[in-house]
Design a protein around this ligand. Structure first.
Ligand SMILES: Cc1cc2nc3c(=O)[nH]c(=O)nc-3n(C[C@H](O)[C@H](O)[C@H](O)COP(=O)(O)O)c2cc1C
Length: 196
């Protein structure tokens, strides 16, 4: 069972990562998105699966509130059979280690609530990597991640774009400035706290 817990699930990068996982996983998979109104339905479904893969972004060095709220509901609605929980997390910054704290939060949740923790795939440059030739590295890691779950030999993986931080910042600044321009928003407006 693949659970996309991105706050913008239908249009998310997480959705693309979930689709890739599904493609490379030789077991039958079911894809679901966390919505405000479907927590209980998801909790009921969970006991039918050997494994769950949570796919979500890093938000403010942590797990997004979409996932946090779902985990709270799951804590109160314990499935009769508990699957192994694996994680695909992607962040905007280039360093996969940015995701470490969020992964630890999931590991703590699993140990407190009696779930076995499975594999991890930490993705750096998660907003960009799929649109670059470096997606081949992402695909290779996703394949290994999927195989580790199928074989129940759980492991940790990470991937990012193999470029320098300086180059990453330069390229991403140009990207976001052009993105702003397309939407009639200047760099100064984007740097303003009123942007939301
Ligand atoms: C509110 C917010 C907070 C974010 N915080 C971080 C962060 O702390 N570190 C980081 O590397 N990326 C951060 N990002 C970037 C997202 O992790 C990145 O854009 C990701 O690809 C979004 O995935 P999604 O499309 O699956 O939701 C943040 C994005 C938003 C919108």
């Amino acid at each position: 069972m693949i659970i996309n817990a991105s706050p913008r699930a239908p249009k998310s990068n997480s959705k693309q990562y979930a689709q890739l996982f599904s493609k490379y996983c030789s077991l039958n998979t079911e894809y679901c998105e966390v919505k405000k109104s479907n927590h209980l339905t998801l909790c009921q479904m969970i006991e039918n699966y050997s494994d769950i893969v949570f796919v979500f972004p890093l938000y403010a060095d942590s797990i997004p509130v979409t996932l946090l709220n779902f985990l709270k509901t799951l804590e109160e609605n314990i499935p009769s059979k508990k699957p192994t929980i694996s994680v695909v997390i992607n962040c905007g910054f280039i360093e996969p280690y940015q995701n470490d704290i969020a992964v630890k939060m999931l590991q703590l949740y699993c140990s407190k609530n009696g779930y076995q923790f499975g594999s991890t795939l930490k993705i750096g440059s998660g907003e960009a990597i799929l649109t670059t030739p470096f997606r081949i590295f992402l695909k290779a890691k996703m394949k290994k991640f999927a195989v580790s779950i199928v074989n129940r030999r759980y492991k940790n993986f990470q991937v990012t774009m193999p470029i320098s931080k300086k180059m990453f910042i330069k390229a991403s600044t140009i990207y976001w400035e052009n993105y702003g321009k397309k939407n009639g928003i200047s760099k100064e407006q984007m740097e303003n706290m009123q942007i939301e």
